[in-house]
Design a protein. Sequence first.
Length: 395
Amino acid sequence: MGKKAIHFGGGNIGRGFVAEFLHTAGYEVVFIDVMDNIINELQNTKSYQVTEVSEGGETTKTITNYRAINSKTHEQDVIQEISTADIVTCAVGPNILKFIAPVIAKGIDIRSTPKPLAVIACENAIGATDTLRGHIESHTDSERLKTMGERAQYANSAIDRIVPAQPPNSGLNVRIEKFYEWVVEKSPFGSVGHPDVPAIHWVDHLEPYIERKLFTVNTSHATAAYYGRYAGKKTIAEAMHDSYIRGVVRDVLKETSSLIIDKHEIEAQEQQDYVETIIARISNPYLEDSVERVGRAPLRKLGRKERFIGPAAQLAERGMKYDCLLGSVEMALRFQNVKDDEESAELAKILKENSPADATVQLTGLERTHPLFSSVVKVVDQVQSEAKETGQPRI
Ligand SMILES: NC(=O)c1ccc[n+]([C@@H]2O[C@H](COP(=O)([O-])OP(=O)(O)OC[C@H]3O[C@@H](n4cnc5c(N)ncnc54)[C@H](O)[C@@H]3O)[C@@H](O)[C@H]2O)c1
Ligand SMILES: O=P(O)(O)OC[C@@H](O)[C@@H](O)[C@H](O)[C@H](O)CO
């Protein structure tokens, strides 16, 4: 039997990145999703196309050898597939991990194959596989946990490729940037050995890679999105074309770079080169990436370990500068009541109903005694005051 991968989330990064590279590595990919339209299309087509767009033109790859199952209606089939698979990946969003865990737990529990299943969550979050593992373990009988290692091995990953929302009528086809990076922990696989996926860069220590990615790519991306939306820009490329916003993004990246260089002992020149690559990537005019997609889910993005508070907290602990990151936090707080974004409505509600300090705790998870806390409270207070004066944030 050939190699089989189960991938949860047939969305943009699922089809355009994870499945593409699993396919290239020779896996049959079984997509699992809960959206009828995605499942139906995947079931009714034999191939779709991934087109890389860059200044150098376009390159198209055809993805084949996949199936699809709706986990909402066919949970038992998903469990059976997992029980005989080689690898499980997901790209569903960090808040969805708890919903896919029970079915993965059941699939792992009935495995009898000699090789453990490799589980790799591909989300923009620090320790996403650990989080998924925690949920899987909480749905596993405590006696069975003792032998879990024989049935599954878990590795964290950092995943980087910009996949904008796709134009209407694209079907399953995905337009995507050329650049990609997929870094995964090697050590969890021990003597069994890691899966054979040539696109993956296997490393012993993931933290420098995931922090460098999240605090450079996603911090700058979100800064451009929130400042951009405030200035009435539609896309990230348009925002980055604005010299003021571009300058702000550079200033924010100076702060996160100082942390990355200090904490992970990455050479200053190497980090500067990385920053230039990222600025060029997010400015790519060939990617129509909306400020709403990149700013989506502001509550998640304001979280304790996330792209703004994560680096700002660590900089504050080290006595280093973080005030430009506070500017990004302020703009993120103004991302309220955005169409189709539930978290942006929840953000507005939290800001309306709580004192600045309570809202800061609720939104960021920062400890009241943390050296960053009082600065964030001031920013929250500022945005709340604007809303009191005008009935809405200044936008
Ligand atoms: N788009 C990018 O540029 C990019 C790049 C790197 C990482 N990521 C990360 O990848 C993840 C997915 O992002 P995306 O842009 O592909 O989002 P997306 O919305 O295009 O895809 C998410 C998919 O998950 C599916 N899903 C939701 N609940 C599910 C469930 N219970 N079971 C199975 N499937 C479910 C959705 O129906 C959707 O098809 C996020 O964590 C994101 O941060 C995105
Ligand atoms: O996916 P999110 O919501 O965490 O962040 C939005 C974008 O910054 C993100 O999807 C990037 O495009 C991606 O992380 C690039 O690798």
